[in-house]
Design a protein around this ligand. Structure first.
Ligand SMILES: *Cc1c(COP(=O)(O)O)cnc(C)c1O
Length: 330
């Protein structure tokens, strides 16, 4: 069976680099949404807790409850609870959502500073804060999300200025956070209450080198097992569409990792592993063929290197990996 190895040393190294930026473990909120970016929710929660991380960010209530014992604080980005939980803060993404939260819920208000996805506009904030009070919710923080933190041009500075103004006008006693991975690493002197860090912790952050020269270490490696091998004679093809034709006699083996398991089909035809093993033809649902005889093949140990073959980003390579693939911590 295909399997995933999670490198504890690399994860801890990345967390140590993140800690240099935040200046305290307590200010790191590890983003565990989407099965911890495909790494495995429970595995990464346990490792993070072992390192001393006390805060997490997830998408849903269900994810929060699954890892509740590992953390002292969890921020849920997009869900509404049946009843309040003492450890969980919920995001208010829109003014209309306020009345849907049960009385006593800990909430954080997302503010829109130019991304124009979720969050209330600056001029709505005072009104929302009043409504949150009237609904009997416990407002603890204002936060925002960057749209261009990994690029030099774009809205980064504009969003920062907008958020600074919002902070100045906010009622006393609230917490503030704005940084994802790239924003945290481009900050020279981070001073907010926490940073919400995902991709950097998993070692696959891509950021303009002029903004940060940090070197992180990919945590996840994916291995596939051989199902069968054969010799292809010159001119014979392999797989759907017969797109690969042997230009000479070659050994081709079929491995148990296909697009149904999370191998992006756009990698068909061109992909070459880090060990120099070339794919042969199209990726199919449960199989992919490589010019190799190895019983087990390292398909990748750095999602950043796979992404360009599929015209995508490491986030998509990682979150495509199905949760049933066995994860082992090494
Ligand atoms: C996913 C997400 C993050 C983490 O982003 P990275 O680039 O992986 O660090 C932070 N904040 C919010 C609101 C998110 O949705």
């Amino acid at each position: 069976m295909s399997r995933i190895e999670l490198n504890r040393e690399h994860f801890f190294y990345n967390l140590s680099q993140i800690e240099v930026q935040t200046k305290a473990k307590e200010r790191i909120a590890l983003v565990l949404k989407d099965n911890a970016y495909g790494h495995g929710l429970l595995e990464m929660a346990a490792l993070a807790s072992e390192y001393g991380i006390t805060k997490a960010v997830v998408r849903s209530n269900e994810e929060a409850l699954a890892v509740i014992d590992f953390f002292g604080y969890i921020l849920v980005l997009a869900d509404i609870p049946q009843k309040p939980h003492p450890k969980i803060c919920y995001t208010i993404n829109d003014a209309d959502a306020i009345k849907k939260f049960p009385q006593g819920t800990r909430v954080e208000l997302k503010v829109n500073t130019a991304m124009n996805r979720n969050g209330v506009n600056q001029e709505e904030i005072d009104h929302c804060i009043k409504e949150i009070e009237e609904q009997g919710l416990r407002l603890e923080a204002l936060f925002m999300h960057h749209c261009c933190a990994d690029e030099r041009d774009g809205n980064y500075e504009l969003q920062k200025r907008n958020f600074e103004l919002i902070k100045q006008n906010a009622p006393k006693g609230l917490r503030f956070h704005s940084c994802n991975s790239a924003a945290l690493f481009r900050e020279k002197d981070f001073s907010e209450d926490m940073a919400r860090v995902g991709i950097a912790a998993y070692g696959c952050m891509e950021i303009d080198a002029k903004l940060s020269d940090v070197k992180l270490r990919p945590v996840l490696s994916l291995y596939a097992s051989k199902i069968s091998s054969r010799v292809l004679k010159k001119g014979e093809s392999v797989g759907y569409g017969a797109t690969f034709k042997a230009s000479r006699e070659v050994v081709v083996s079929n491995y148990d990792f296909g697009y149904g398991d999370g191998f992006l089909r756009a990698c068909s035809g061109e992909y070459v592993t880090v060990e120099g093993v070339a794919i042969a033809g199209r990726i199919s649902m449960d199989n992919s063929s490589f010019l190799s005889e190895a019983e087990e093949l390292l398909i990748f140990n750095d999602a950043k290197e796979v992404a360009p073959y599929a015209g995508t980003i490491s986030y998509e390579v990682l979150t495509s990996l199905k949760s049933y693939i066995k994860r082992e911590i090494i």
